[in-house]
Design a protein around this ligand. Sequence first.
Ligand SMILES: Nc1nc2c(ncn2[C@@H]2O[C@H](COP(=O)(O)OP(=O)(O)O)[C@@H](O)[C@H]2O)c(=O)[nH]1
Ligand SMILES: [Mg+2]
Length: 390
Amino acid sequence: MPANLPPEAKAKWLKVSEAKTPEEKLKALEEFLSVVPKHKGTEKLRRQIKRQMALLRREIEARRQKKGRRFSFFVEKEGDVQLVLLGFPNSGKSTLLKSLTRASVEASPEPFETKKPTPGMLKWEGVYFQLVDTPSIMESAAKGAGLGVQVLSMARNADGLILVIDLSAGPEYQLRTLLKELEDFQISVSRGKCEVTIERRRGGGIVVMGELEGCSVADVQKLLRSYGIYNAAVRIRGRASLDDIESAVIAPRIYKPAIVVATKADLAPHNVDNVKRVLAELNLGIKVIPVDARSPGKEVGETIASYFFNELELMRIYTRNPRTGEIAYRPLVVRRGLRVIDLAEKIHSSLYENFKYARVWSDRLKFSPQRVGADFVLEDGDVVEIIAKA
Ligand SMILES: Nc1nc2c(ncn2[C@@H]2O[C@H](COP(=O)(O)OP(=O)(O)O)[C@@H](O)[C@H]2O)c(=O)[nH]1
Ligand SMILES: [Mg+2]
């Protein structure tokens, strides 16, 4: 049921969406909540807001505690995809990072050895995956146990998650705990009934891509405008009701694709089935890879990379220089469904503004190269040359 908020509340919402720091956001949410009327239609909304406020309080608190420590918890994204390793102490995160990326990290039998996040790079078919080792987490991480909040915040900023589960030490408990902590931190590892993402844009009005349920595009536009959103691309996977759209504005569900790497398979191989049983019971279609983290073999890195490449719906586009005919050695890694004009915009705003046409080289085309217009949809492996107006 849509919340049907009074204009006063929606005006306050604008303040929330403009807030820059967690402190500002918390204050704005408090003010927003105080003007949301209490009735059946706003119950869900009020619950979502309160949950968001609780998370912000924890984040603010965690940051306060962290002050004075020497290390930073922010790992600059490098490469095309950032994957964060999450797991219990001694589960083999550092060992895995080292063997998959040859990064120099310390693996050690001491629990909680890794005190700051450490990155390493895994290269696969032209795509660079940045793997990040993190301090271990455990039960109550989302409530602030250990460095839980900092680590989960990193998970929220990552593109995907690698759940590292030690098969020799109660793997079912580890898995259930990691999943619960993620859920408590409002990170979901499963796709919901529908997924709505609202991407603010500079112009172009409100465009809806995907299927609506029980409402029209005009309803969505009206709803978003009432929240002060005038230009946006609304992407829907599955079917979304007006209520789902409103939830996406107010409390976006964060979905992160995840994989389970089950370590110490050399010690307790049969426990893999228990891990799979837990996932099946929770209805999670997450892939499980049993490994000896000390020597996982090349195919493990390949499996992880191709899994996320597909889950994140990525593709590789190679640009060709129209003057020299030179094809870029490194592809641009972008979301599937990208049009030629979107690519132009990504490369440079002047290329977007002066776009004339493009040429595409690909085996899938009858004639290659083929001259194409702005709306041509690109596919993995395409070589593209963009011609601008002189
Ligand atoms: N036998 C075996 N030992 C492992 C495996 N993975 C990690 N270890 C050992 O387990 C200990 C903890 O590993 P570490 O990578 O430091 O765990 P972290 O705390 O998750 O970073 C180290 O002594 C590793 O050598 C594995 O797959 N098999
Ligand atoms: Mg470690």
